[in-house]
Design a protein around this ligand. Structure first.
Ligand SMILES: Nc1nc2c(c(=O)[nH]1)N[C@H]1C(S)=C(S)[C@@H](COP(=O)(O)O)O[C@H]1N2
Ligand SMILES: [Mo]
Length: 414
């Protein structure tokens, strides 16, 4: 099915005069070659696009069952990612939109480390608890997977499985406190209303969670709104968890149940190798025993150039404005640099502080190129512990997680 879509979209792309149309949008002419390194190719040249309900037509669809789609970097240029550009990572089949009755939607909290078990309607959650809005960055643990070699199975994400939105909801910790948390609690797990691809209703597509310490942070939300509107259907409408800075797989969508556990949650896709990396680094291609795989928690420092689009052509006497976002897990972004000489020298970017903890920061710079020719702009963020993004792919791991290598765009100066 995807193959047909590729063909159709390419035809549509060509028919519309693709490249010329795009150059008008980005303000620069684009030079285009399919020989560029994998991670700086424009997605639209190598991947499929077609309309997904509620999503921008330029979103890149990696899989249509389950639906997985990412934004090409230039679509993420807005300070906050709008619902139609926010990536979609589904493991199963979402509940059909017309079967979702928000008046009847309930959330149950239970589990062996819950003192009571309680069920709230959506309206009760809204009425009973104080509401908060935080800007929180969600990034799929597999973002950047397509660069791994030997390749890792799974969605071949480029770098667009990330977004930062303003989420509104109640604090998970307030709701957990209302139910009562036993002192032996170590983890929470979620269950959602999506169904397993096999059609077997007894199987759960995904049920992950976070350590209780993360669950009790102020920014950990049970959210019903994104950027002031209902959650988009594909992003968990009408209710989801949002844990900024942890792999987005922790942020359960179409949320119906939270369990407070006295051990590490053992739901679907909690076990190795899912969302785990080798506890100690391994050579590329190594086989890693399950007991040597550790759960991913706080995400590493990373950044993305969202303007201009890769492949921009500029005049030597023009200055090139660049901008983008930088984010990290538990720490904060401290510095942002760019290089136009393949990492030989680095210059500082201006960095705007995040709106709140776990939101992304915005960076910008204005670049004057020394001569005509082919250039790449590389962007590198550094966190408050002094850790910077690696320039090339970091530690290979069997499932292709945590690629936080510098994002690069191609520029031709004429
Ligand atoms: N119920 C449910 N929650 C889920 C998933 C899912 O398939 N079902 N996917 C998880 C994964 S792996 C990711 S990366 C994020 C993606 O969130 P998004 O689709 O809103 O971007 O949702 C997480 N929560
Ligand atoms: Mo994910």
């Amino acid at each position: 099915m995807i193959k047909n879509i590729v063909k159709n979209s390419r035809r549509r792309f060509l028919r519309n005069g693709g490249i010329t149309t795009l150059s008008l949008l980005v303000g620069f002419d684009l030079f285009v070659t399919d020989k560029l390194p994998k991670n700086i190719l424009a997605n639209s040249l190598e991947k499929t696009t077609f309309g997904l309900p509620g999503k921008h037509p330029e979103m890149t669809v990696l899989n249509d069952r389950p639906i997985n789609a990412e934004a090409p970097p230039h679509l993420l240029d807005e300070p906050l990612t709008s619902g139609d550009r926010f990536f979609v990572r589904n493991n199963g089949i979402p509940p059909a939109k017309d079967t979702i009755d928000t008046n009847k939607w309930t959330l149950t909290i239970e589990g062996e480390s819950a003192i009571n078990s309680k069920t709230y309607t959506l309206q009760e959650l809204k009425n009973k608890f104080k509401q908060y809005t935080y800007q929180l960055t969600l990034e799929c643990g597999g973002n950047g997977r397509k660069e791994f070699n030997p390749p890792a199975k799974g969605n071949q994400w480029s770098n667009g499985a990330v977004g930062c939105a303003a989420w509104t909801g109640v604090r998970l910790k307030d709701v957990l406190a209302d139910v009562g948390i036993k002192s032996n609690a170590v983890y929470i797990g979620y269950y959602g209303k999506d169904t397993h691809l096999s059609g077997d209703l007894n199987k759960v597509p995904i049920s992950r969670g976070v350590p209780i310490k993360k669950a009790l942070e102020e920014e950990s939300l049970i959210a019903w709104a994104m950027n002031g509107e209902d959650l988009p259907h594909l992003n968990g409408y009408p209710l989801r968890l949002v844990f900024g800075g942890y792999p987005a797989s922790c942020s359960g969508k179409w949320l119906t149940k939270i369990v407070i556990r006295n051990k590490v949650h053992d739901g679907a896709k909690m076990a190795a190798p899912s969302y785990r990396v080798p506890c100690k680094t391994v050579p590329p291609g190594a086989k890693v025993a399950k007991e040597n795989m550790c759960i991913i928690e706080s995400m590493p420092i990373k950044s993305l150039i969202t303007y201009p689009k890769t492949g921009a052509t500029i005049q030597l006497d023009q200055e090139l404005p660049i901008r983008g976002h930088a984010w990290t897990g538990d720490l904060e972004v401290d510095q942002m640099h760019y290089s136009i000489d393949f990492g030989s020298t680095w210059q500082k970017c201006a960095l705007t502080p995040p709106a709140n903890r776990l939101a992304w920061s915005h960076f910008s710079a204005s670049i004057k190129f020394p001569e005509t020719g082919y250039f790449e702009v590389w962007a590198k963020a550094t966190d408050t512990a002094g850790k910077a993004q690696p320039m090339i792919l970091p530690g290979w791991n069997p499932k292709g997680y945590l690629n936080n290598a510098c994002h690069r765009i191609a520029i031709k100066v004429v």
